[in-house]
Write a protein that binds this ligand. Structure first.
Ligand SMILES: O=C(O)CCC(=O)C(=O)O
Ligand SMILES: [Fe+2]
Length: 259
């Protein structure tokens, strides 16, 4: 399948400079852009068939972690924002299980798509992960599964919804919740959020929608799936430098293996 058969280039002319600049302004201004019906129906159907076939290979795990994804700080009280924990539970299929001719891989490898990502995120280049697991991941969230509140380590994330949950499983966030580069970690805000005292916004994401998100300073989560339909989402991860592997500890935690 050619890239023209995967991306709806009439609706989303990602090769076009004006379209790229429009998306970049959206990402800079809102912290997120969501491109509806980015994937043609036939390609999306293939992605769904592949994801359902691979589900038995998924590594399901449940973890508790802090919003900051850092280790506990023993010098601070257990109820301090850096020490409070949330739960994440999901299944993950790694890159090495995704077929060479999968439309997901064609999309990930596409030069046109990478150039688009570069210009929208303002990077000069992006590279795949050096390890065989981390570049393309498929996430599965079944009933009661969720992704707890967190800030991402990476400066941007790209997701593609493959199957939408019926109830719950919402992508919720609060923009510019901290400014980590100036050390403004907003501990009081994080405590309020975890106490349920803040109202996040949420993004309507239909199957075939591509989302680019800056999650380093915008706190976000996926609320528990409350229906029987599994939430299936692909994460397309790139690096700004070549030959970078995901850390061994992260691979062990999220994939249950190193290679
Ligand atoms: O599943 C999603 O929509 C978001 C995933 C996410 O936040 C992450 O993988 O860090
Ligand atoms: Fe995230």
């Amino acid at each position: 399948m050619e890239i023209h058969g995967i991306i709806d280039l009439e609706k989303h002319p990602i090769f076009d400079r004006d379209f790229q600049m429009h998306c970049r302004a959206g990402l800079d201004g809102q912290g997120v852009i969501s491109l509806d019906q980015f994937i043609h129906d036939d390609a999306l159907e293939q992605m769904l068939v592949e994801s359902e076939r691979l589900r038995e290979r998924a590594y399901f795990c449940r973890q508790t972690h802090s919003v900051y994804l850092t280790s506990p700080e023993s010098s601070l009280p257990v109820d301090h924002a850096v020490n409070r924990t949330v739960t994440s539970s999901k299944g993950c299929v790694c890159d090495d299980h995704i077929a060479a001719d999968s439309p997901l891989r064609k999309l990930y490898d596409s030069e046109m798509f990478r150039k688009f990502v570069n210009s929208v995120t303002g990077q000069s280049a992006i590279y795949p992960y050096a390890d065989r697991l981390s570049s393309i991941n498929i996430h599965y969230a079944e009933r009661h599964q969720e992704l707890g509140w967190h800030f991402d380590n990476s400066s941007f994330a790209i997701t593609l919804m493959i199957q939408k949950p019926e109830v719950g499983g919402r992508f919720e966030f609060i923009r510019d919740f901290r400014f980590s580069s100036d050390g403004r970690e907003n501990y009081s805000g994080v405590s309020k959020l975890l106490d349920g005292k803040l109202e996040p916004v949420w993004l309507k994401i239909d199957p075939g929608t591509l989302v680019l998100f800056r999650g380093k300073n915008s706190v976000h989560r996926v609320s528990p799936n409350e229906g029987d339909k599994t939430r299936i989402l692909a994460v397309l991860a790139y690096n700004s430098l070549p030959d970078v592997a995901l850390s061994e500890s992260a691979r062990t935690t999220f994939y249950g293996r190193l290679n």
